[in-house]
Design a binder for this molecule. Structure first.
Ligand code: MSP
Length: 503
């Protein structure tokens, strides 16, 4: 059986989940559900990044211990993912005892093999970024709270793997996506790579994983967090499970954390003698009304508020449809309502109502038995088959918004077909079985079924309700080939699934 393993970044538990976090997690869920729907055995991982200065500072600010703080914030993330209908397989917390043990094991292994060494280093340290920065980075001015620090620390020999990494990126054209990010990383790798400082003295930071060979240090939060992608699936505990899932098909992330994933992580894996993930996918930023979201501006969009107001599926749909993967996108109430009304209320909502209500009223709520197909029926069936294969192609190329555009082109085509056939008029002439009215309604209902099956990964709740109204409840693996609806099964209107928003 084909395997598919997808991950989200681990979210820092120093804040409430916001729309950016929700986007990546929904994206992973949509891709994962899609692969599951086409028969893959899938595993989706998400979780929380619980160590480091940011969390320690947030805990101090809230007047609680770091442990109490993380336990409280984790609940908020889990609650959000539940509400947003995320079907993850495992939620990893970097404070899990197994994760801690395995991070220490990696550190020990690399120390023993000479890939980690102690050195005194003097350099510029950005407290906000929690890492040493170069003079050039300091000049660029993106970093806050810069201090000159001289201290002994442990370093990972990242430079040793630079050439091998460049070769890997060049030889594996799907390793970093999109192309712009790949070029950015290759540009970054033109300069000699420094070794990575992977420890922090406890005198500066206590909330971290203790370095196994020196009690006075904790592990740098990124070195700890990146390893979650292997500790979560049983590395060094359950080899069978680990080998089943590793290497990951996709690591998803925002563009701000591509360097850690495309440079630190692969070199760490090389040092461990493990395979590299197949694809790192960096998406763009969600802005609010074209501005960067920030706490100080107060323009952070809370996904739960949007879901409460307009519905979870409406939020999922908007986020997937309005962002071109890789580019930034702007969230606004106007664009949200416009998208909702045009696609969900008008196109999809309309087609569901028309078909189910006509069948309910005129065919005794039973699926009509079709008669002979004419050219128009053959044409729309061909069109549907084309859409199904385009969706597959776009999903595999991660063109999520295009896949949705494909599905909605089918939904609009059904509406057009109904306009041309006008079954509401045909009914008045003849509504016996195999009549033209019966044929056009059968075709429309079957195409509504196929569109709804295609929509499950994006809008699972409403697509499933639509399928239930077509007596397609409880089917584990829905088929996408035409002709699955059986004549005389019950068909009932599901009611208004996407009422128009008037503002
Ligand atoms: N803890 C690290 C990741 C460790 S992965 C081993 C981290 N956490 S984060 O909570 O700060 O960010 C998590 C993700 O949210 C990142 O991929 C980041 O790009 C994403 N986003 C944060 N704000 C965002 C937007 N406004 N828009 C889209 N995604 C953004 O980094």
């Amino acid at each position: 059986m084909n395997k598919f393993y997808i991950t989200t970044p681990l979210y820092y538990v120093n804040d409430e989940p916001h729309i950016g976090h929700a986007y990546t997690t929904i994206l992973a869920d949509v891709i994962n559900r899609y692969y599951k729907s086409i028969g893959y055995q899938t595993f989706m991982l998400t979780g929380t990044d619980e160590h480091g200065l940011k969390v320690q500072q947030a805990a101090i600010k809230n007047n609680v211990s770091p442990k109490q703080h993380v336990d409280d914030y984790v609940k908020r993330f889990k609650k959000t993912w539940k509400k947003l209908n995320i079907e993850y397989d495992y939620f990893i917390r970097t404070t899990n005892s197994n994760h801690i043990k395995k991070v220490q094991k990696v550190l020990q292994n690399l120390y023993d093999k000479g890939d980690i060494y102690l050195d005194e280093y003097e350099g510029l340290y950005s407290i906000s970024e929690e890492r040493f920065i170069t003079e050039k980075e300091a000049e660029e001015g993106d970093y806050r709270e810069i201090k000159k620090i001289k201290e002994k620390n442990y370093f990972f020999k990242m430079s040793k793997y630079q050439k091998k990494l460049i070769r890997h990126i060049k030889q594996n054209k799907n390793f970093i996506k999109p192309e712009t990010r790949k070029n950015e990383i290759l540009g970054f790798l033109k300069n000699p790579l420094n070794d990575l400082c992977i420890s922090r003295p406890k005198s500066r930071l206590e909330w971290g994983i203790e370095v196994p060979f020196n009690k006075d240090y904790v592990t740098y939060v990124w070195f700890d967090a990146l390893l979650n992608y292997i500790t979560a699936i049983g590395w060094d505990v359950d080899n069978k499970k680990f080998n089943n899932w590793w290497p990951a098909n996709y690591h998803l992330m925002g563009k701000d954390i591509i360097t850690t994933h495309a440079v630190y992580w692969p070199t760490m894996l090389m040092a461990c003698g493990l395979k590299l993930p197949k694809t790192l996918l960096a998406h763009g930023w969600w802005l609010t009304n074209d501005n960067k979201m920030s706490k100080s501006i107060g323009n952070i969009v809370n996904p739960l508020e949007i879901a409460d107001e307009f519905g979870v599926d409406a939020l999922r749909y908007y986020l997937m449809r309005n962002m071109v993967l890789g580019q930034d996108s702007s969230f606004s109430r106007e664009s949200f309502i416009k998208r909702y009304n045009a696609d969900l209320a008008n196109d999809y909502g309309n087609v569901i109502n028309r078909i189910t209500i006509l069948i309910e009223k005129n065919f005794n709520s039973l699926c009509p038995e079709p008669g002979k197909y004419q050219q128009s029926e053959h044409d729309i069936i061909d069109f549907t088959n084309k859409v199904v294969s385009e969706v597959d192609d776009n999903m595999k190329k991660l063109k999520i918004h295009d896949a949705l555009a494909n599905i909605f082109s089918l939904i609009r085509e059904i509406n057009k077909y109904l306009e041309i056939k006008q079954p509401w008029k045909l009914i008045k002439i003849d509504k016996s079985k195999k009549s033209d009215a019966a044929t056009s309604l059968y075709i429309s209902a079957e195409l509504l079924r196929i569109s709804s099956v295609l929509l499950i990964p994006y809008i699972p709740e409403k697509a499933t309700l639509t399928l239930s109204s077509l007596s397609q409840k409880g089917i584990k693996q829905h088929k996408l080939d035409f002709g699955q609806l059986k004549a005389n099964i019950a068909i009932k209107s599901p009611g208004a699934l996407f009422p128009r928003i008037e503002e």
